[in-house]
Design a protein around this ligand. Sequence first.
Ligand code: SAM
Length: 293
Amino acid sequence: MFSYRHAFHAGSHADILKHLTLIHLVEYLQEKPGALTIVDTHAGAGIYSLLDGFASVSKEADGGIFRLAKFVESCSADGISVVKSIQDYLNLIQAENVDGEIAIYPGSPFILAHLLRPQDRLKLFELHPKEIDILRHNISQLKQAKQIDIYAVDSFARLKGLLPPPSRRGLVLIDPSYEDKQDYRYLETAMEEALQRFATGCYAIWYPALSRRESTALPDRMKKIAVNHKRSWLHAELRVENAPGEKRLQASGMFIINPPWTLKKYLGEALPVLIKALGNDSGAKFILKSFEA
Ligand code: SAM
């Protein structure tokens, strides 16, 4: 426990899928003026330097955000416009950097803080003793800091205490490290409890697509929970390569419960572009499935 540091993975292809999806969920929910409560159950440090520290060791951003930025740049040099969703996502990442030159990658807390309107609230959970201090420091620098609460407790156990939010309009990002195999089980319990208390909330669950049993079973387990609660779902997976035996993460997914009706089209346009930009071999592919309750 506590060996996971998200800085190793900041700006990876998995972050791109997760954050691209997250931006659409927030923007859709903000189409109505009512206050929105956003919960990020696994926050990490908030923002990451890509040029030094852990990220410069793992170099995962090379196959992620750096590669995507170069792809978009070469498209525009050739007069080809990439889909708006990817351009908007890149603009948001570049806005956290000086002169748009990507050296820093905002994690979910900073992306969400960036999108907050004055009436919205952001609740962040983080358990790691070092990450929580860094997160608190990073968040304290933001102009939106007063709209943000930070909890140094186990979010799987405490999420239900925040549900339903006072405005009954809520988005929950669940992005565990799955460092502890039990996280898969904790996730199921947390989702059951969350849907019992707040069935109409929008839930976005990230998972690594690994060959281990718990990981391959996760989408079906989430589908079962959603259907038992008569909820719609959307499942998206992005695989950048298929190299058996390779240790680095080659694919990840997002499972959304109560997705906006617009999400399938949004991801349907973005995912083929991500395959083109980030795919490493002929095994690069995506999954995009949904079910209307
Ligand atoms: N959501 C972040 C982003 O997109 O930028 C990345 C989060 S990272 C994948 C997962 C984080 O969850 C780690 O920093 C880890 O310390 C923290 N964590 C692990 N178990 C937790 C728990 N039960 N409650 C709260 N935080 C936890």
